[in-house]
Design a protein around this ligand. Structure first.
Ligand SMILES: [Zn+2]
Length: 234
């Protein structure tokens, strides 16, 4: 018999779900898990230039959706293989990011690239490359969380043991946006105004100001309530 779904709040639940009227089966629709890595060879970091949308042409870390019946570590290794023909050894969990507006949880690992001489773009990459920290193309990164992972990696690159990071305090968590932070207020104003104000701030403030560039980015993201397709300032 075909299922016949209707939207209702199941007994004992507090959210509307798709429930089969014939057998009571509940089709839960939950966030997706993305697995990825900051993979290094010596002091250089592996990045992939995206050959697909969203953010075609921008640089990202090897990462993608976890498959069914796959460990997070295996998924991160598979994504690196698919996107960069890269062979990784996975080390610690680097960070867990909650990207609420697109219902994603990202699990990012620290990894070592085992075949730096033979990396090559897979079907989803236009180009793959190893970047020294000072050469990272910050203005051409695909997503805010790519910058977060890179910064978090950099903070612990000389440590063997560290607690995993979470979203930067300024990133994508409205409850954590401190009212005392400059520009927090503009998040609630119109998206275009916010974009204009924040873009000017990002341009004029430079890297040494008190508000982290990623705050500017994530604020734009919040203001637009959508995928971060327009953001390329980090
Ligand atoms: Zn049914």
């Amino acid at each position: 018999m075909e299922p016949d779904f209707t939207r209702k709040v199941p007994d004992g639940d507090n959210m509307e779900r798709s429930v089969c009227t014939r057998c009571g089966f509940i089709a839960y629709d939950n966030p997706k898990i993305v697995v990825g890595s900051v993979a290094t060879s010596g002091t250089r970091i592996l990045l992939c230039r995206r050959a697909i949308n969203p953010r075609k042409g921008f640089w990202t870390l090897p990462a993608g959706y976890l498959e069914h019946r796959e460990t997070a570590e295996d998924g991160a290794m598979r994504e690196a293989r698919e996107e960069a023909c890269a062979t990784l050894t996975i080390h610690q969990m680097l960070a867990t990011y909650s990207i609420m507006h697109i219902s994603q949880v990202q699990l990012m690992f620290r990894a070592t690239l085992e075949n730096p001489e033979t990396i090559a773009p897979g079907p989803e990459s236009e180009e793959v490359a190893l970047f020294e920290w000072d050469d990272i193309p910050w203005d051409e990164l695909a997503f805010p969380s790519v910058a977060w992972a890179l910064r978090h990696y950099h903070q612990v690159k000389d440590s063997d043991a560290f607690p995993p990071f979470t979203n930067p305090v300024e990133g994508l968590q409205p409850g954590l946006l401190s009212p005392s932070l400059p520009f927090a207020a503009v998040v609630s104003s119109s998206a275009s105004l916010t974009l204009s104000v924040l873009t000017k701030a990002a341009v004029s403030s430079g890297p040494s100001t008190t508000f982290a560039p990623s705050f500017l980015l994530s604020s734009m993201c919040l203001a637009m309530k959508g995928p971060c397709v327009m953001m390329n300032r980090i």
